[in-house]
Design a protein around this ligand. Sequence first.
Ligand SMILES: Nc1ncnc2c1ncn2[C@@H]1O[C@H](COP(=O)(O)OP(=O)(O)OP(=O)(O)O)[C@@H](O)[C@H]1O
Ligand SMILES: [Mg+2]
Length: 258
Amino acid sequence: MPEDEYPHYVEFRHVYKTFDRPVLKDVNFFVDAGQTLAIIGRSGVGKSVSLGHIMGFMKPDKGQVIVAYQDITQMSEQELRRIRKKVTMVFQSGALFDSLTVGENILFSLELREDYNEQNKEDVVNGLLEMVDLAHVKDLFPADLSTGYKRAVAIARALAAQPECILYDEPTTMVDPIMSDDLSNLMLRLKRQLALTSIVVTHDLDLMRKVADTVMFLYKNEAIYFGPVNELDKCQHPHVKQFLAMDRVEISGKIEEE
Ligand SMILES: Nc1ncnc2c1ncn2[C@@H]1O[C@H](COP(=O)(O)OP(=O)(O)OP(=O)(O)O)[C@@H](O)[C@H]1O
Ligand SMILES: [Mg+2]
């Protein structure tokens, strides 16, 4: 059984990655099935690069990346496509098709499903929209939606593939606090109802506290904290303390970083 060798759903073992400068240096963390990990850290620290490794879009220079209980480090594109059926990513932009309605955007990701007929597909689209509380925008186009709504549609579309694991890259950046809270609640609900394993890259400490079980804090290429979210406050690293001390107003500086 692969689970014997790789007991965690996602795991980094001594991962190193250098582009024009080192980005990840001996990074180790894991996420168990059904759990949520938050990846926190300043801009440019390697959060999105970490997600890229989990999706197999990038390979580490050294170390192992485990996904769905398998070592994906040396996998071919073809093998990776099999992994990407289980693990899906919600991009910040939502990456929706502008010329399709919300309903059609979700339907599009069901096109290749041979196990559904047209009526089934319609039912699945409606079910997914209800799950994310967006049944009322089914016939609207992405351009008619706020950023937060677009993210929720992107989440619904990602769920159409019935993934085991979902990666969110800054899901609440650039949305107002109420929408941010709605998205956090949605993520929490999906985690509970679908037992989804999730990894969320975020600067949003409210979101982190609400949805995460564990946290990895990246600073200067290294994971300076990896552990339970409710013990992060005890971490004595000055940078973690400074980050936690920031109030909401300062955190909203993240908008400038984009
Ligand atoms: N494909 C790539 N080729 C070269 N350099 C890259 C590539 N992807 C990322 N980088 C570099 O790696 C570093 C980490 O980037 P990454 O996107 O992971 O940052 P981040 O922590 O997600 O930041 P942000 O909070 O701004 O999204 C940056 O210096 C970036 O320029
Ligand atoms: Mg990023």
